[in-house]
Ligand binder design. Sequence first.
Ligand SMILES: NC(=O)C1=CN([C@@H]2O[C@H](COP(=O)(O)OP(=O)(O)OC[C@H]3O[C@@H](n4cnc5c(N)ncnc54)[C@H](OP(=O)(O)O)[C@@H]3O)[C@@H](O)[C@H]2O)C=CC1
Ligand SMILES: CC(=O)N[C@@H](CCC(=O)OP(=O)(O)O)C(=O)O
Length: 313
Amino acid sequence: MTRPKIFIDGEHGTTGLQIRTRLAGRADLEIMSIPEAERRNRSLREDMLKEADVAILCLPDDASREAVGILEGANSTRIIDTSTAHRTHPDWAYGFAEMTRGLRDRIAGARLVANPGCYPTGAIGLIRPLVEAGILPADYPVTVNAISGYTGGGKQMIAQMEDEANPDHIAAPHFLYGLTLSHKHVPEMQQHGLIERRPIFSPSVGRFAQGMIVQVPLHMADLNGDPSLEDLHGALASHYAGQSVVEVVPLEESAKLARLDPTALNGTDRMKLYVFGTEGKGQANLVAVLDNLGKGASGAAVQNMDLMLGRAA
Ligand SMILES: NC(=O)C1=CN([C@@H]2O[C@H](COP(=O)(O)OP(=O)(O)OC[C@H]3O[C@@H](n4cnc5c(N)ncnc54)[C@H](OP(=O)(O)O)[C@@H]3O)[C@@H](O)[C@H]2O)C=CC1
Ligand SMILES: CC(=O)N[C@@H](CCC(=O)OP(=O)(O)O)C(=O)O
């Protein structure tokens, strides 16, 4: 049997390296590789992109668009783009298999798959099932607060956080950014979250390499049908029933927690969803925990690749 050829463009970057590690033991695939020193060699990349069965782009947005341009026309390379460039484009399948019914099949048959952003994976994973269930009104003023490990900022931020000699060294243990409320993930959250108003998105970075918490606080009085915490939890649990990547933590278990660790799922490709609050107090905090490089990036890319190749995922 011929093995599908996989080319990771940007394999020496943060996301690319994590994908390579995940694929290292895969005898069912032929991994095409460019030496690190040649990573920006355009003609070598062009050859690899055209020869691959699946190209996984782990590049900045502009370089991703350029790679997609190289592949336009008469060739059959399928593409998974981990950048932000195509996540709201109608021709691209959004690569979040658990997000809604039928999407898994669309990804499996797609030539073009846009891997979701790390923060949107958490936010959309919490919001969309409640909109689909009719509990969260589409015009609800959604707020998303989040903290990420610094690998989310790629090689540049890793150097800023880890290297004290870096001219742009960041010494802070935790900082807010995206202060203008126009982070590049907002359109993606709005479109795939099925919400009418731009969500207010306030991201932050902590002094830890990997891991992420995404929070969506809700006022229950503004939801449809006067739901309880149990109703919110029930809608999420039934949406994700029967699949293994996204786990909805039982309400009783969440109620016992005194604190939540953003690094709890590091090294996994899973995401855990929680509903917090006190019954009768009229408020809920929906929370997602994931590894920004797992289900938030590289793990999702491998899951999408497996779906596209007809491997179980
Ligand atoms: N890190 C994360 O948590 C997540 C990242 N992503 C997305 O993944 C993509 C990659 O991000 P990340 O891995 O963090 O970034 P990195 O900066 O760590 O890696 C990017 C890689 O792409 C290479 N590269 C840059 N420009 C070009 C070019 N024109 N031609 C060829 N190679 C190029 C870089 O090489 P060089 O070293 O020379 O610059 C580097 O090896 C981004 O679009 C990002 O938005 C998505 C979800 C989460
Ligand atoms: C901590 C940090 O800087 N995170 C990045 C988002 C992660 C990323 O680059 O991934 P996407 O491809 O999903 O945009 C940012 O806020 O720009």
